[in-house]
Design a binder for this molecule. Structure first.
Ligand code: SAM
Length: 280
């Protein structure tokens, strides 16, 4: 097998989700670097993989990086796995990938399960554009600040959430995004108690409070992006419209910008009227 670092995705619950290629690679490499070797041992035993393992996480010292580098320099190959899912996605590996690239060896993805993508694919929320936020800060003030920064983002927002923080995080999201914003709770994906529920944030908060079982297990939360309201303009179109309105009557300015941008003339005209009103 070609010398290099293989980034191997592993199941997020259902062991049947491992790929043939992942098993082949894990069987063939010289060494498996695992976030938690004891945790990964269960997976390896299940697939009768006897490759030696070593612990690797983002706080591993230079000696761990050197050992992995030496293995590659000797013509060997290394697989990186995390406890579940795709390594580096809210999991260790970033330093290692850069280190191996710097040493000049190939870094090869072996794609597979990822909780964020699995949740998004079954969410019923827009998938054309999305933002992966990972875990929110644990402290309430930092969490609220981060949510405020995301409030106007017009794409689906994907969060990983710890079960004991779920109810509080939903409350914080209601505070910032409003209780009507659509969201999806994706819990225990691929496992026995898999739950995928799309509802407003307010309904989801009531749902998890009414059933403590919903505050257990592994959780992805996806919140719909801010829907553009009638009259919302992107910064470029708004600037053009406002500048033209200084030279032309509002109707003419709206017509010209409508021609250039394809936006509706009436919406542009309404925007100018609203902009003229105090407190509009
Ligand atoms: N690298 C992993 C991936 O590719 O999804 C994520 C690792 S991160 C440390 C663990 C978090 O992922 C959990 O706290 C949870 O938010 C989410 N997660 C992992 N497995 C899940 C599952 N089966 N169902 C729902 N969420 C899951």
């Amino acid at each position: 097998m070609e010398s290099g670092l293989y980034i191997v995705a592993t199941p997020i619950g259902n062991l049947g989700d491992i790929s043939h290629r992942a098993v082949d690679v894990l069987q063939s490499v010289t060494l498996i670097a695992a976030e938690d070797t004891r945790h990964s041992q269960r997976l390896l035993q299940h697939f009768s993989i006897e490759t030696p393992t070593m612990a690797y996480h983002d706080h591993s010292d230079q000696r761990a990086l050197d050992r992995l580098g030496d293995c590659l320099a000797a013509g060997g190959s290394v697989a990186l796995v995390s406890d579940a899912g795709t390594p580096l996605i809210s999991d260790p590996g970033y330093r290692l990938v850069r280190h191996v690239q710097q040493l000049g060896f190939p870094v090869v993805p072996v794609p597979g399960p990822c909780a964020a993508i699995a949740a998004l694919s079954a969410s019923g929320l827009p998938t054309d554009r999305f933002l992966f936020e990972g875990f929110l800060p644990a402290k309430a003030v930092s969490r609220a600040n981060r949510l405020a920064e995301l409030a106007a983002t017009p794409v689906s927002l994907i969060f990983y959430e710890a079960p004991h923080r779920l109810a509080d995080s939903l409350d914080a999201m209601i505070e910032v995004f409003g209780g009507d914003r659509e969201a999806v709770l994706a819990r225990e994906i691929t496992k026995t108690f898999e739950t995928i529920r799309r509802a407003s944030l307010a309904e989801l908060a009531a749902f998890v409070r009414a059933d403590p079982n919903q505050q257990k297990g592994e959780i992805v939360l996806i919140v719909a992006g801010r829907i553009r309201r009638e009259g919302d303009l992107d910064a470029g179109a708004a600037a053009l419209l406002e500048r033209l309105a200084q030279e032309l009557p509002a109707k003419r300015a709206a017509a010209v910008v409508a021609d250039v941008t394809g936006l509706r003339k009436k919406a542009l005209y309404d925007y100018l009227l609203a902009a003229k009103k105090p407190n509009a």
